[in-house]
Unconditional design. Structure first.
Length: 560
């Protein structure tokens, strides 16, 4: 019998498995993990309107082509595809996408294949809700007395299913339900169900048709469909996705219905910025319900609250778009919008970007919110330089201009008040990295806030093993060693200020910070001080082990 313990193996001990004589042996093992998996900070979460795909379910997406395969392409009435494309183009490598709609009014398109006796034997159902399913065409061509071929077409996507059986137990054929509904090798366009017992189903009649009855569920769309965590709608579907570190909800603002010709001058964007009263339905979709400015503000507040509750991610918010032709979005308008928010878990970006519209065949451009492109810039900066580096000063790919110009004086005024300005100077660049915290807050810089979140998440992951361990001096020493190891790696990678480790961080887990009354309640505290990159000063963290788990506490009354 071998009994594991919590010390390094003594020198001279026999290796495990080499004992020959019967008896009890002790193998001294280390309870703390010896390897560290770095937490990711470059994963984004997007919530918005898509052509197709599962509703209110977070789907991991590893590339732009995968997004198009699952959720479809660019829409005349939605920003989500533009934002995700901007994310990957600017350096993002992985994101989670949640498609939103009203689940009550959204419907899947269907079609019943009539049998040879005039009664339907099989029912086709679109793989996800939406008006897109109304454009799925099918053709039935029999190849034998008890087998048939089903061809499905959606745009350029064609699926051909040969040798489908009219009965589940027919010899030599494939059961349509099993073949088309297989989660790995099945159809990406439809699912199939027997509409009468398979043993009684007659062969379907040859012919063509199209699915019908699909609905997008957008005309009754409400802000709560984006934000309800109790119903797991929108942001609620991202709640349990631990990898997400950046959140963007680009479709809280209306999408311009019609792209415009690229302007003759950089600022001649009047047509692109006209307000929308009706949306084009050339994509087969229905127009989403319009939100008031107050509803958009409440939606963005909900995004910030989501990030604050999770305490491991930040929200990238889009400032209002420019108003209708003839009006100007003034700096006072932007500041009036910014004053509604106060949180260290979000950042606001202004103005919007001008990009070439993939939906047009010419040189048309369209205005899009910047949050998706900025999320890609954050991901690129995190991977190439580190989360401690401010995501600013770099060119935003795909952007050809901004929807309005900002001069130096206005830039300084907005930046000092926590609005991150995007300007067209030798390329379209993000020239700000402030959070929505107060100007005198230690969390006013986005890179400082995100670095601290990454540290908290890493320490929590690496010390999770301490829960339910005996609360002893040995455990306190082990906890101090593990936390010091995390900070040592961070300091050596250049993410903490200070020329020496003593200047960069300090860790204490002794009797002074762990009085007897705390130990009696099952609490074990590790006091951590870190020297964050300028302009932040020393910030104190309290790493507390409780019976419920490990908690990382920041100074002050609240996290924000």
């Amino acid at each position: 019998m071998t009994a594991p313990a919590r010390r390094s193996a003594p020198t001279g001990g026999a290796p495990l498995g080499t004992h020959r004589a019967p008896g009890v042996r002790l193998e001294w093992l280390d309870a703390a993990p010896q390897s560290r998996a770095a937490v990711r900070t470059d994963v984004a979460g997007f919530v918005g309107i898509a052509e197709r795909g599962p509703l209110h379910r977070a789907v991991r997406v590893d590339g732009w082509d995968q997004f198009r395969g699952v959720f479809g392409g660019h829409l005349a009435h939605a920003h989500l595809a533009y934002a995700v494309e901007g994310f990957f183009a600017n350096g993002g490598s992985q994101c989670w996408v949640v498609r939103v709609a009203d689940p009550v009014t959204a419907a899947m398109a269907t079609a019943s294949l009539p049998g040879s006796d005039g009664i339907a034997g099989l029912t086709l159902r679109a793989s996800s809700p939406g008006g897109w399913g109304n454009r799925v065409e099918y053709r039935v061509g029999p190849v034998g007395p008890e087998r048939f071929t089903l061809t499905l077409r959606f745009g350029e996507v064609v699926e051909v299913w040969h040798g489908l059986s009219v009965r589940a137990d027919a010899v030599g054929g494939r059961d349509p339900e099993r073949a088309l509904n297989d989660p790995v090798t099945g159809s990406r366009l439809v699912t199939v169900a027997w509409s009468r017992p398979p043993e009684d189903a007659p062969p379907p009649l040859p012919g063509n048709g199209r699915l019908s009855g699909g609905a997008d569920g957008l005309s009754t769309l409400r802000p709560e469909h984006f934000t309800s965590e109790t119903e797991n709608w929108g942001l609620g579907a991202l709640t349990n996705v631990d990898d997400v570190a950046l959140v963007s909800v680009p479709d809280c603002w209306p999408r311009r219905a019609t792209p415009v010709r690229r302007p003759r001058t950089p600022r001649d964007l009047c047509g692109a910025l006209a307000p929308v009263t009706r949306f084009s339905t050339v994509d087969g979709g229905e127009p989403p319900a319009a939100f008031t400015a107050r509803e958009v503000a409440e939606l963005q507040h909900a995004v910030l609250r989501h990030c604050e509750r999770r305490a491991d991610r930040v929200a990238l918010l889009d400032a209002p778009p420019s108003p209708e032709c003839g009006a100007v979005l003034t700096p006072n308008d932007v500041m009036a919008w910014r004053r509604q928010f106060r949180s260290a878990y979000g950042a606001l970006y202004h103005p919007w970007l001008v990009v070439l519209d993939p939906r047009s065949r010419g040189a048309d451009t369209t205005a899009v919110p910047p949050s998706g492109h900025v999320a890609g810039l954050c991901a690129r900066t995190d991977r190439t330089m580190g989360v401690h580096r401010a995501p600013a000063g770099e060119v935003l790919r795909l952007a050809v201009d901004t929807t309005s110009s900002v001069d130096d004086d206005t830039h300084g005024s907005l930046n000092s008040r926590g609005v991150n300005v995007i300007r067209s100077t030798q390329g379209v660049r993000v020239l700000g990295a402030r959070t929505l915290a107060d100007a005198d807050s230690e969390w006013r810089h986005l890179n400082v806030r995100r670095l601290m979140l990454a540290l908290e998440k890493q320490i929590t992951a690496d010390t999770a093993w301490t829960v339910f361990e005996p609360n002893s001096p040995n455990l306190r020493g082990e906890l101090e060693r593990v936390v010091s190891g995390v900070l040592e790696d961070v300091w050596r990678s250049g993410r903490l200020a200070g020329g020496t480790r003593e200047e960069a961080y300090r860790v204490r887990c002794d009797a002074e910070v762990n009085p007897d009354r705390e130990l009696a309640e099952g609490r074990l505290t590790c006091l951590v001080e870190v020297n964050l990159p300028a302009p932040a000063e020393f910030v104190v963290l309290r790493v507390v082990r409780t019976p419920a788990g490990v908690q990382v506490e920041e100074p002050g009354s609240g996290r924000g």
